[in-house]
Design a protein around this ligand. Sequence first.
Ligand SMILES: NC(=O)c1ccc[n+]([C@@H]2O[C@H](COP(=O)([O-])OP(=O)(O)OC[C@H]3O[C@@H](n4cnc5c(N)ncnc54)[C@H](OP(=O)(O)O)[C@@H]3O)[C@@H](O)[C@H]2O)c1
Length: 214
Amino acid sequence: MKIGILGSGTVGQVLADGFLKHGHEVMRGTRDPAKVAAWKEGGGAKAHAGSFAEASKFGEIVVLAVKGTGAEAAIELAGAEALAGKTVIDATNPIADAPPTNGVIAFFTGPNDSLMERLQKRVPAARFVKAFSCVGNPFMVNPDFGGTRPTMFICGNDDDAKKQVAAILESFGWDSEDMGKVESARAIEPLCMLWCIPGMLRNQWTHAFKLLKK
Ligand SMILES: NC(=O)c1ccc[n+]([C@@H]2O[C@H](COP(=O)([O-])OP(=O)(O)OC[C@H]3O[C@@H](n4cnc5c(N)ncnc54)[C@H](OP(=O)(O)O)[C@@H]3O)[C@@H](O)[C@H]2O)c1
């Protein structure tokens, strides 16, 4: 498939490389294409670079991998029309520009709010699915936990979009757990805080969540 990735940061790069590795064609979007020029050079014929608007238009699926505080602005630049009807994988977290407290990072959203709800309200016709937000980027694509597949918690309003994302996660070596509609991002986004605590307190960054069931 054609994947548009909004984000010139590490997450954009890791997911872009993951989609290329799994045979997809990728365009990375940024306000400054010079930031992804080297990646494009090394990425081969299926790697492209453009603006946020070009990448969102290019993608049959769009991935949002931008700084949380810039996510609404990035979606504006991407364009509601280009995103309408498309699955938008939302990897963002609403991390505030404030220092952590005893290892707990600060969010700019409250408990009865989430960044993905704000994005979904801004572009009602896009099919947002939260994914990749609750693990560090080194583990996003085909993580090796000694044969155990970790769990990626996903949510969103559109069942078909969630099935599409679950299939991508399956190919990226993840089990996915559908946690419901867009409001469930209120519970999924803070998993980022939990995931980061061992890193902030003890420099341990090599874990992922697994939902045990019986
Ligand atoms: N790092 C991780 O391991 C990890 C894990 C899970 C989730 N996440 C989440 O994934 C997202 C991306 O993280 P990251 O570490 O790759 O990079 P990042 O530094 O958080 O984000 C870089 C991207 O944000 C865009 N951006 C920043 N401010 C903007 C604004 N005002 N308007 C429009 N775009 C803006 C930048 O645009 P330009 O390209 O134009 O500069 C760039 O593409 C974040 O929301 C983060 O919380 C990160």
